[in-house]
Design a protein around this ligand. Structure first.
Ligand SMILES: Cc1cc2nc3c(=O)[nH]c(=O)nc-3n(C[C@H](O)[C@H](O)[C@H](O)COP(=O)(O)OP(=O)(O)OC[C@H]3O[C@@H](n4cnc5c(N)ncnc54)[C@H](O)[C@@H]3O)c2cc1C
Length: 294
């Protein structure tokens, strides 16, 4: 594909996706683009549409399992300063969706705005957190969303109100839209109290989850209408430590698969299949994947 002359956006050819995922897994991407601003993003999207090229929006790559070879899609990441802008507007926090979720939480805390602390330690971009409706400690990002600015699949810029997004557990219905910016409505609280809560949540998370390992967080959603979590089911089935190739069920949190020794996407998929089969056989429960396969 011939890119327009004078483009200021970052463009990388034949980029290794594994450099951009927390699993450190993923083959080569033919074209990796980090648009410098909205204008160039739109220009590029029109070009991709004209050339009938498929693209994939990647956030911080913390919920992805990217195949080992043969990736055809152009990858777009909102990684420039333009898409990471954070500002206050009246009682709203307006946040660019390329910002990291942790920077949004810190910015809110610095401005005595509370609500998102329970989500600290999730290594997401704000866009990815919104798309996945990330949640933790009884807080979901959607609890505090007022509206979201998107580019829809026809390349129109639109603002969606929360009620139009259909958020539920690890679900939103953006229908291939690109999430650009959001308005968050948070609560006032004392800065000290917010930082204290945040640090406690972080400490708890690091005690119970293998945050320093290469992973994509929980691989399965929790089962519906079942009081027991996926981690508890996997542990009860005796699968802690089970491995395929370089992928292993974490000993710290059984719903995490960690890449402990040059795991491939295939290793992770086989291990997930193995877990699904055992849980189905032992408990007659169908495990649903949480991570996104590409
Ligand atoms: C150590 C660790 C701990 C974790 N803890 C939690 C947790 O407590 N709770 C939880 O919910 N998750 C957790 N996760 C999983 C993961 O961080 C979340 O799912 C997160 O929301 C993914 O965000 P991301 O930016 O990395 O998105 P990616 O993984 O890059 O992408 C995920 C999906 O979002 C889409 N997407 C990303 N950005 C955009 C955008 N701007 N516009 C449109 N679509 C977009 C992608 O196309 C893809 O379909 C954890 C992961 C790790 C590695």
């Amino acid at each position: 594909m011939k890119l327009p002359p004078g483009l200021k956006s970052k463009v990388l050819k034949n980029e290794l996706a594994s450099k951009h995922t927390t699993f450190k897994i993923g083959g080569r991407v033919p074209l990796w683009i980090e648009p410098i601003n909205l204008d160039e993003l739109l220009k590029l999207l029109f070009l991709l549409k004209k050339e009938k090229k498929k693209y994939f929006i990647i956030g911080a790559g913390s919920n992805l399992l990217i195949r080992d070879k043969g990736i055809k899609e152009v990858f777009i990441r909102l990684n420039s300063a333009y898409f990471k802008t954070l500002k206050l507007q009246g009682d709203r926090l307006i946040a660019g969706c390329g910002a990291s979720l942790n920077s949004v939480i810190n910015f809110a805390a610095d401005n005595s705005l509370s609500g998102l602390e329970g989500l600290c330690g999730i290594p997401a971009s704000l866009g990815g957190a919104i798309y996945m409706n990330a949640s933790s400690n009884g807080v979901a990002i959607s609890d505090y969303i007022k509206s979201v600015k998107i580019i829809d699949r026809n390349l129109n810029l639109k603002t969606l109100q929360k009620k139009d997004i259909g958020f539920s557990y690890r679900h939103s219905n953006f229908k291939k839209a690109i999430i650009i910016e959001t308005a968050l409505c948070l609560k006032n609280s004392s800065k000290d109290a917010i930082f204290k809560r945040k640090n406690n949540y972080l400490l708890q998370k690091s005690k119970t989850q293998p945050l320093a390992c290469k992973s994509a967080g929980c691989v399965f959603k929790n089962p519906d209408k079942c009081k027991i979590s996926s981690a508890e089911l996997i542990e009860a089935a005796g699968l802690k430590g089970a491995s395929v190739g370089g992928a292993k069920v974490s000993g710290k949190h059984a719903n995490y698969i960690v890449n402990y020794n040059k795991a491939t996407a295939k290793d992770v998929k086989f291990l997930m299949e193995k877990i699904k089969k055992v849980i189905k056989k032992k408990y007659n429960i169908n495990m649903r994947k949480e991570i996104v396969f590409i």
